[in-house]
Design a protein around this ligand. Structure first.
Ligand SMILES: [Zn+2]
Length: 334
């Protein structure tokens, strides 16, 4: 543990977390000091750590990598308000605002003022760069000084982006047995069996042998009680399965009828205009079925979209205006 001696709003500031040096049977709050802004002040990440009375697995719950995705923060807040460290074996770490810059802007991106401004998707930058730009350095500090040596399994909590919505959707590489056993603890609607190596939190942890899954909980910018409750159910199921707690009964993937697929098809707008998506989340569509249309400002039909294959609708665009490249419908299939 490295404390720099500062206190922010009563919470001690750290520059390095080492959970092996924390006292058992306690819940800690820290402010993790990360990179500096252009004005010379620092960004801080609020962190909670529940250190169980008994030894056991160390679980990371991360959220706020994308700043317009909020359901995960309520999941972590509610987990920590119900966890009893005296009944816990192992450690639970909650990173509540992993990208404070992005959250402040309610944006998917980390904004930088460098040379007229730049921005980065934090979930493409891991494990970061020690001498990179501010976002890359922030990723490096999260990875090296907060996460990597402190955790045995990881749940990264997201939602869909602004103007789009997911079901209770999950990215998980089911070819990794430990990842599969984690994934099936959740009463998710849909699981995409992914092979992710694009610098995401999930893919980067998987690549170093620490099993990770990404939960995509519904809609951006709001709290959705049903998805929040189901995510908490899965997290407690997982903690029971890993002997971190001794008693819990929640619905799992098999009870819930979770649909698993290994193919995602994203139907995106090919022109700009007003979009009408004709299918709902969870619907099964057939190949060739009309799934969305677009109209010009006068209301004339300018584009029809058909399903390129059969599948179940896991995500739709909710923004009425869509320009080329904007998501209309995402299908999961086998
Ligand atoms: Zn996200």
């Amino acid at each position: 543990m490295i404390y720099n001696g500062d206190i922010i709003d009563g919470v001690p500031v750290i520059t390095k977390l080492d959970v092996s040096h924390l006292e058992r049977g306690k819940i800690y709050r820290f402010m993790f000091k990360s990179v500096e802004m252009n004005i010379g002040q620092s960004w801080y990440v609020p962190v909670m750590v529940a250190v169980g009375k008994m030894p056991g697995k160390r679980l990371l719950l991360n959220t706020g990598i994308h700043g317009d995705e909020l359901n995960g923060i309520k999941v972590i807040q509610d987990i920590f308000s119900t966890l009893d460290p005296n009944q816990l074996a192992g450690v639970v770490i909650g990173t509540l605002q992993a990208s404070p810059n992005s959250l402040m802007h309610t944006s998917r991106y980390w904004y930088m003022t460098t040379d007229g401004s730049d921005y980065a998707d934090m979930n493409r930058l891991f494990p970061g760069k020690v001498t990179g730009n501010t976002a890359e350095r922030h990723a490096y500090k999260l990875w090296n000084d907060l996460w990597h040596e402190n955790v045995d399994m990881v749940i990264d909590l997201h939602t869909q982006s602004t103007d789009t919505v997911y079901s209770f959707f999950m990215y998980a590489d089911l070819s990794i047995p430990e990842v599969k056993s984690m994934a099936l603890q959740f009463p998710a609607d849909h699981i995409y069996d992914d092979k992710d190596a694009s610098g995401t939190v999930e893919g980067t942890f998987d690549s170093v042998g620490i099993p990770a899954i990404t939960l995509e909980l519904g809609s951006p910018r709001i709290f959705e009680p049903e998805y929040i409750a189901r995510a908490i159910e899965g997290i407690y199921n997982l903690m029971l399965d890993k002997q971190m707690i001794t008693d819990y009964k929640g619905r799992k993937a098999t009870d819930f009828g979770t649909i698993i697929g290994n193919k995602l098809s994203s139907i995106r707008a090919e022109v700009g205009g007003y979009a009408e998506v004709l299918v709902k989340i969870g619907a099964s569509v057939k190949i060739g079925e009309e799934i969305a249309i677009q109209k010009n400002p006068f209301g004339d039909l300018i584009k029809r979209y058909e399903a390129p294959n059969e599948g179940v609708v896991v995500s739709i665009g909710t923004g009425a205006t869509r320009e080329a490249g904007g998501l209309l419908v995402r299908l999961l299939s086998k």
